[in-house]
Design a protein around this ligand. Sequence first.
Ligand code: FES
Length: 97
Amino acid sequence: MDVHVDITCRDVSQTVKVRKGVGFQALSAKYKSGIEYDCRASDCGICAIKILSGHECLSAKTPAEADFLKAMGADDDERLACQTRILGDVKILIDYL
Ligand code: FES
């Protein structure tokens, strides 16, 4: 089953279709998403994204992701793309800091 991800970066939006359950890293490998990655292990925060809608359509935060987001003072609508799987239609904002 495919799901849709609406990505907005610097006022430019694109909607991409991915298989349910893939991670944002797989999405980024297939499309030019604009999401940047470094550690891929909840240690750097460069992959932070803001979820505009569809929070319930993402995998639950791992303890490491939750700890890191709390330490960086992230809002509830922020996630680490490197740790998040897409389970349904979502809208995200990147490059918002
Ligand atoms: S790439 Fe470092 S926290 Fe996601």
